[in-house]
Design a protein around this ligand. Structure first.
Ligand SMILES: O=C(O)COP(=O)(O)O
Ligand SMILES: [Mg+2]
Length: 216
């Protein structure tokens, strides 16, 4: 069974905040509300689209409604890859891991449809043994069931797998599933969210050597 690296998506593999930010601002503009700062947006990312829209509407004095959630989701899904790019060094790290025989998977709270659209636009479809979206299972991160379901779909073994993520939810899901978590220090999380992680990596360049330490 190959070693498996399970990656979070937003803030870990991809810098998706510009498109999430733009879609939130389009929703606010349609409601006559002012735009957000980037820092406001990155602090709202990590718990999936429903919580994102709940936080955004609340922050601008709007009622959260299913209609606003649906409009945001449709708009974001259609335009998820306009400004979103891989973080520098990620493409090289993924290629090096695959060359070394690792299998790769994605476990993200982003809905599966937007995740698939984004991975395809970035030319990454087919790279991952499994992609577990925020609505792929009955539970999502921090529930370990999301990570374990993704792992099972990838044909992985929890004893031969490592999680990499930028949010407290990634650390908690990994801990619950019995996997070490490497904290992506280049992402949207705060240093406090790394509590319980096996290590914090400052840059994607550290991924290959550190993963090799965890699973030689
Ligand atoms: O959609 C979100 O809120 C976060 O997505 P992530 O799990 O890929 O960071
Ligand atoms: Mg993330």
């Amino acid at each position: 069974m190959p070693r498996l690296a399970v990656f979070d998506l937003d803030g870990t593999l991809v810098d998706s905040a510009p498109d999430i930010h733009a879609a939130l601002d389009r929703l606010m503009a349609a409601e006559g509300r002012p735009p957000f700062t980037r820092a406001e947006v990155t602090a709202m990312i990590g718990d999936g689209v429903r919580v994102l829209v709940q936080r955004a509407t609340t922050a601008r004095g709007l009622e959260f409604t299913e209609d606003r959630l649906a409009r945001f989701t449709a708009d974001y899904t259609a335009r998820a890859a306009e400004r979103t790019v891989l973080f520098p060094g990620i493409a090289e790290a993924l290629a090096a891991l695959q060359a070394a025989g690792w299998a790769l998977a994605v476990c993200t709270n982003k809905p599966a449809a937007a995740t698939a659209a984004l991975l395809a636009a970035l030319g990454l479809e087919g790279r991952f043994a499994a992609v577990g979206g925020g609505d792929s299972f009955p539970v999502r991160k921090p529930d370990p069931g999301h990570l374990l379901g993704t792992l099972r779909a990838a044909g992985g073994d929890p004893a031969r797998a490592v999680m990499i993520g930028d949010h407290r939810n990634d650390v908690l899901a990994a801990r619950g599933a019995g996997l070490p978590c490497l904290f992506a220090g280049w992402g949207y999380g705060t240093p406090a969210m790394a509590e319980g992680a096996a290590a914090t990596l400052a840059r994607p360049e550290a991924l290959v050597p550190v993963l090799r330490q965890f699973l030689p």
